[in-house]
Design a protein around this ligand. Sequence first.
Ligand code: NOJ
Length: 716
Amino acid sequence: MSKNIALRVEELLSKMTVREKIGQLNQPETPLPNELDAFFESVRKGEVGSILMSVGATAGNDKQGAISNDFYNEIQRIAVEESPNGIPVLFGRDVIHGHHTVYPIPLAMAASFNDKLVEECYSDIAQEASNESIHWTFTPMLDLARDPRWGRIIEGTGEDPYVGAQVAKAVVKGLQGDDLSQDGKIVACAKHYIGYGAAEGGRDYHRTEISDYSLFNYYLPAFRAAVKAGVKTVMSSFNDVNGQPVTSSSYYLDEVLRGKLGFDGFVVSDYDAIIQLKKQGVAADNATCAEFALNAGLDMDMHDKCYIDNLEKLIEDGKVSMETLDEAVRRVLTVKMEKGLFEKPYCERKEYNKEAHLKNAEEIALESMVLLKNDNNVLPLKKDATISLVGTYAQERRSHLGSWCIDGKEEDVKTLCDALREVSTGKVWYSKGTELGWDSSLVNSYAADVVVLALGESWSTTGEARAVSDISLPKEQIELIKKIKLSGKKMVGLVFCGRPIAMQEISQYLDAIIYCWHSGTKATDAAAKLLFGEVSPSGRLPATLPRLATHIPLYYNITSSGRPVDCYYNENPAKCYVDSIPTPCYPFGFGLTYTQFKYDDLKVDCDKISLEDIKNGKKFKVTVVLENIGDFDAKETVQLYLRTPVAKWMRPLRELKAYNKVFMKKGTSQVVTFEIGFDELGYYDPQGNYTLEKGIREIYVGENCLTENKIEITVC
Ligand code: NOJ
C-alpha cells in the first residue's frame, strides 16, 4: 500500500462516525424493486460499504437480472454526493469463468496447464465485467477437492496444490493487473478460505477434518500463491475445520491467513455465514455471531446484516474494541482507494475487442479438452466422413456454459450438431432416438462411417448445493452406448461434464474419448476442431478419473502405506479391495494427443547440492530431450514430479513441482529445462514452518504422474 493511500485512509477514518464505519463493513445484496427507497436511504446514511450484485443464497443456480449501469451509477451518485463522507460503494458480483464471453469452467481451465492463457482469459473477463459496474469479483475459487461428488469441484482446480497455486497467480494477475486502478481491472477474491472442498462425503457445506500438516501442504498453497500475487480480498468459507467454524476462527483468519501467509487485504464472509454461527452451534444470538466474527478478523459481512445490526452496541459494551473496528474499516477503505474508486466512482463503458475474447475462449477450450483414448487412431476423423451423431448433448446449449454462469447467454453457444456441420465436408446425421417405431439412432449408425456420442451431465447437477451421490453417467446414456455398439461402428464419445466421472464402464465400449468438460461459449466449436484434427488435443487431467464411483477419494499425491496396498501406483492393487481394482482409470496429468512424444536423456546438472546453497537461492537444472515422433504438430505438457523417500514427516509418492507446456512441430526435438531449488524441495511442518531436509530426492519427468522416467539428486 502506498504511503499516500495510508494517510488518506487515516484522514477519512478520523472523520467517520461509528455507524458509518460499520456501514463500510456491510454488504447487502441488490435490492428488490419494493425495497428501493429504504435502500437508497441507507446508502445516503453511509450504511452500505459494498453491494453483492445478485439476489439469493445460491446466486450461481438462479436466474439473475442483467446489470444496469444507470442503476448502479445512481447508487454511486447517492453515496458520493449525499452520504456524509462521500465514500463510494464497492460493487461485487460472481464472475467465475466469464461474463458475456464464457470460458470453460475453472476445473477445465486448469486442465489447459497454460497459465499464460488463463491469465489472458481473466484479463478479458475483468474488462467485460468492469464495463458493467463490477469492481470486485469472487474469484478465484481455490478449494482443493478430492471428492468429485461435491458439485463445486467445477469451480476449483482439482486435486493438486501446485496447479492450484499456478492458476491462483494467473487469475489474480489477470483480474487485478499490475495496477488495480487502471480501467478494465477489478479486485479479485480468493475463496473459500479454508478447507471448503474437503466437505465430508462431498456434501456441500459439511464439516471437514483437516490436520494442520495437510492444511499447510495441500489446502493452503493456492491461497499462499494468491496472497503473494497481491490478491486484495479473501472470502472465508462456510464450513468448520476440526470443529471450528472458519467464520469465527482467529486461528485460521488471523494467525494463519494474516500471520503466516502475510495477507493484508480484507476478508469478506460467505453469504449469511456470520449469522449461521448460531446453527453451527458456537453462538447463541446474532450479537455474539457479530462479536466472534469481527474479533476473529472477518472484515465484511455478506448479506446477513449481523454487523450493521449489532456492532454499535457491541462497541458500546466493550465486546468489540474501536481498534478492531477501525482496523477492519481501514482494510476496506484501502482496497477502495487502491481500486481508484474515489477518483473514478462511476462506470463508463469502454470499447473492447469482442472477437479477441471469443478467440481466447476458443483457444482455452481447445487446450482444456482431454483426449483420453484413441484406439487404432480413430481420431482425428476425416472431414468427409459420414457421421451419426447421437446423445443428449448433441442439441444442448446451456450446459456448455456450466454452473456459475450468470451473464452468459445460451443463444451464443452453437449446438454440437451445428458445430460439426460447420467443419465437416461430409454428412452429419443427427438422431434423437426412436421415431415412428424406428430406432433412427441405430439405423443411422449402421449406415454411417463413425458414430459420435454426445454424452455428459447437465450444468444443473453441478455447482453450489449440487452434490451427487453417484459420479457415473446416467443409466440412459450407458444404455445408449451399449445399444449403438450393436452397429459395429467405431464409437467416439465426447463427454461434456463438470466433474470427474467414473470412466471404466464407458471406456470399455468407446474407441475414442474426448473429455470436453463444460467449456463455455466456444465449447462445441473447439470440440469439432479437435474431432477433425484441425488442432491436436493438449488438455491434461487436473483430477483423477476413477474406474468406479465407489473408488473415491482417489488422488495421486498420496503417501505410502506401511503395507503394500497402495491403490494408485499399481503396487498390489488387488490387495486394496477384493472386489475391484482401484487404480485410476485415467491418472492425474494424463492426456493423449494425435502425435507421439518421446522423452529422452533426463539429466540433472549435479548429483549433489548442499542444503546451505539451496537456502541461499542456488538452483539445479533438470533437462529432458523431447521429440515429436508422430505425424502431427502438437503441444505437450512436460511434468516434473518430486518424491522425498525419507523425511521426518511422510511425504507423497509424487508431488507435481513444475510443468512446461510446449508446442512442437512434427519431426522436431527440443531440450526442456526446469530449475529446481528452495521452493520445490521442502514442505511445511504442522506448525506451518517451511522445512528443508537433507537426503535423496527422486525427480520424475514425463507425461503424467505415473511416469517412471526418474533421476536422483542428493541434498547434502
Ligand atoms: C455463496 C458462495 O459460496 C460464494 O462462492 C459466492 O461468491 C457467494 N454466495 C455470493 O454469491
